[in-house]
Write a new protein. Sequence first.
Length: 173
Amino acid sequence: MKVLQLKDDNQLQIFMHPKRQDILHLLSVEGPATAKMVSDALNMTPSSAKHHLLKLKGLGVVEEDHTQIIHGITATFYRKAEITVSFGALGQDKQKLVSDFVSHRIRDELYSKPRTHQDEDGHFAADQLSGIVHLSREQADQIYQLIRSFIDGHEQKQQGTEAYAYSMVAYRV
């Protein structure tokens, strides 16, 4: 998967804008959407949705999926690009701000409604894990690549799939 390394405050501001984060989340969960569909889902004007989509497209995290004629008008559908955004080139203070934002967003979404480990059919529904594992450096590389490969292969919405949010932090202590 392609990696976009955010290198300056301008790129960070474009990416971290709360409304743009909402748009990226929407596209990740629902799949391709037009500016009008985004505006309806997020209670904003179509022109504002289009503005934010174009900013994200300019950054490279959103791309055109396809066009379709709807009521005689050619509508452009946008999708989240298959890209990983890296904050490693930013200073430590900016990395902490991003980490705090992401942590709060995940926590707020996780606890926004009651969740159980299994759904009514007995399938996995939600969990939060924390702990320490003991790995060689080779094992750490291997598990990281395994997880990344799995995530990369499942980021786009497919028929018969449901969206699951994830947040993973792993570091050597």
